[in-house]
Each structure stands twice: as structure tokens, then as C-alpha cells.
Design a protein around this ligand. Structure first.
Ligand SMILES: [Zn+2]
Length: 50
């Protein structure tokens, strides 16, 4: 199943059929661009099915 995640703070979006990949990419993005450290669950809660 493909999921996507849209950053709530900017226009960053990622989509993949690998949830673990999305979590990693979003955590890297949040750290680099927003100085935030969302947990795995935070990211998974924000994913949308596409
Ligand atoms: Zn962002």
C-alpha cells in the first residue's frame, strides 16, 4: 500500500510503498529543515493512503 506524508510546516511531500522509508525521510527532513524530531508513531499517524 502506498502512503504519502505532507509536511505541516512547508511544501515537502514524500510518498512510497515502504512505510519505513517514509518515516526515515520525514525524520531527516524535520531535523534538517525544522529542527524537530518526530517519533516513528508521529510520522505514521500523519501518513495518508494514496
Ligand atoms: Zn517541512
Amino acid at each position: 500500500m502506498t502512503h504519502q506524508y505532507s509536511c505541516s510546516a512547508c511544501a515537502f511531500e514524500v510518498h512510497s510503498d515502504d512505510d519505513d522509508e517514509i518515516v526515515e525521510l520525514v525524520q531527516n527532513h524535520a531535523n534538517e529543515y525544522h529542527d524537530m524530531s518526530p517519533s516513528d508513531d508521529d510520522v505514521r499517524d500523519g501518513m495518508q493512503t494514496v
